[in-house]
Design a protein around this ligand. Structure first.
Ligand code: ADP
Ligand code: ADP
Length: 229
């Protein structure tokens, strides 16, 4: 499950000022699509449309053949996890921050759910030791650790569709490399849309589209795009 298609999608925030034009995307279930392009190209907008933050001005988006405009918003959003660029944590424990959004979640519940979603191991392998530090307050964490909390929060949902919206671009390059490895492992088996501003961070994507001023100007694998440069 998780076949995402954009069919002839157009969108503008203001009438008469289109942001995305005639966008065609086909992301088979379980594959990774990377969207790269300059700031202002419309990459985040594209991701928000899949989450149905806004209505399209033209075309349609389907998940497993169903028009998302016809799906209940709650079930659509339950199927999609987003890891944002900058994570704002609550001045509370790591456990609370991971569980945020899960009603009534307590730390033991978070631990159980984390194990169920196979994320406890992932966090333990990282400098952020989940088992030992789950009660620690989130504000002391480094940028990389905060991103891991954001990833864990998203994974707890275990969404079949994952959106990484410049999830590593605020990090230094060493931390970015560490987290990219983690993300690659997490993407397996999920339909993933990675938004990035550099080609070098999306080497593993099954397909890459380059967006400029709301249009796809190039598409291919990483190797194909490099060859054309
Ligand atoms: P990014 O390139 O990382 O997506 P932006 O600077 O484009 O960041 O946008 C940051 C935030 O400001 C987003 O939440 C976006 O919706 C909002 N935003 C960007 N441009 C405008 C605009 N022209 N009018 C209103 N909100 C905007
Ligand atoms: P990218 O993610 O590629 O940087 P965005 O999708 O954030 O691009 O923005 C694409 C265009 O839409 C930009 O011109 C931006 O200013 C505009 N924009 C983004 N969010 C909003 C918003 N909430 N309201 C109005 N304009 C916006």
């Amino acid at each position: 499950a998780g076949h995402v298609r954009f069919e002839n999608v157009s969108f503008g925030y203001d009438a008469g000022r289109p942001i995305l034009r005639d966008l065609e995307l086909d992301v088979p279930a379980g594959s990774t699509l990377a969207v790269v392009g300059p700031s202002g190209a419309g990459k985040s907008t594209l991701a928000r449309l899949l989450y149905r933050f806004y209505d399209l001005t033209g075309g349609r988006i389907t998940v497993d053949g169903q028009d998302i405009a016809q799906v209940r918003q709650a079930s659509l959003r339950a199927a999609i996890g987003i890891v944002p660029q900058d994570t704002v944590l609550f001045n509370d424990t790591i456990g609370y921050n991971i569980a945020y959004g899960r009603e009534g979640a307590e730390i033991p519940e978070v631990e159980t759910a984390a194990k169920g979603a196979a994320i406890a191991g992932f966090i333990e392998r990282q400098p952020l030791g989940y088992a030992t530090r789950v009660g620690e307050r989130g504000l002391k964490l480094s940028g990389g650790e905060k991103q891991r909390v954001a990833i864990a929060r998203t994974l707890l949902k275990n969404p079949p569709i994952l959106i990484l919206d410049e999830a590593t671009s605020a990090l230094d390059s060493r931390t970015e490399a560490e987290i990219l490895d983690t993300l690659e492992a997490i993407e397996r088996g999920r339909t993933t849309i990675v938004i990035a501003h550099r080609l070098s961070t999306v080497v593993h994507a099954d397909q890459i589209v380059v967006l400029e001023a709301g249009r796809i100007v190039e598409k291919g694998t990483h190797a194909e795009l490099l060859r054309r440069e």
